[in-house]
Design a binder for this molecule. Structure first.
Ligand SMILES: O=C(O)c1ccccc1NCC(=O)[C@H](O)[C@H](O)COP(=O)(O)O
Length: 217
């Protein structure tokens, strides 16, 4: 889980190679994200995830990103013993999030798709059901993926929002805008995927390092 320190948490999401996992760790990322969703160019199988996470020290979180996962998929991923959290990035209800947390005894993150302030207000339904809320941009109806599209939402919507569950900011973050995003929202955690890629699904070591530096500056 996100520790209650004043240090900014950084999650590099959609990692799929050892060299980019290494770059994220060297850059100071606190969280590494692994997408398990076959339609994604960032998809990693359970065995691949286990191998990628093997050299990661215990203090760095390993988060699986999932879209409406079945219990069968969750059982397979749990068996890797590589994960410290599950990020639900589909249409999982608060009841489903709570049930997953209880059955798999692991912290659950819920991605909240945001376009308007009402979307942020509605996230309170997950208080007590999810351990962490990740505010991400709403992707258009019919989009290929529910995340990882480089889309951002109006960050000022988060100003003054009464959030009682730990949270983070995602969606369209990059080297050139992450510092401004932190300034506007006060986000304790920032999450990036396509903003540190050279092509969809291809993470860049240089961009990961630059993002971590920009976020921490
Ligand atoms: O990244 C994916 O391919 C993906 C696929 C299915 C569900 C979620 C996915 N990504 C979720 C993330 O956590 C991303 O980091 C987040 O949406 C931000 O992405 P980006 O705007 O590209 O930085």
């Amino acid at each position: 889980m996100l520790q209650s320190t004043s240090r900014l948490a950084i999650k590099i999401c959609g990692l799929s190679t050892p060299d980019t996992v290494g770059a994220a760790m060297r850059g100071g990322a606190t969280h590494l994200g692994f997408v398990h969703f076959p339609k994604s160019p960032r998809h990693v199988e359970a065995d691949q995830l286990r191998a990628l996470a093997a050299p990661v020290p215990a203090h760095i979180e390993r988060v699986a990103v999932l879209v409406d996962p079945s219990d069968e998929i969750l059982t397979e991923l749990s068996a890797t013993q590589a994960l410290t959290a599950l990020q639900l990035h589909g249409k999982e209800s608060p009841e489903r999030a709570a049930a997953i947390r209880q059955r798999f005894t692991i912290p659950v993150w819920k991605a909240i798709s945001v376009k308007t302030r009402a979307d942020i207000d509605a996230a309170k339904a997950y208080n007590g059901a999810a351990d962490f809320l990740l505010f991400d941009a709403k992707t258009p109806e019919g989009a290929a993926l529910p995340g990882g599209m480089g889309l951002r939402f109006d960050w000022t919507l988060l100003r003054g929002a009464p959030l009682s569950t730990p949270w983070g900011l995602s969606g369209g973050l990059g080297i050139d805008n992450v510092a401004e995003a932190i300034r506007i929202t006060g986000a304790p955690l920032v999450d990036v995927s396509s903003g540190v890629e050279s092509a969809p699904g291809i993470k860049s070591v240089d961009k990961i390092m630059a993002f971590c530096n920009a976020a921490s500056s």
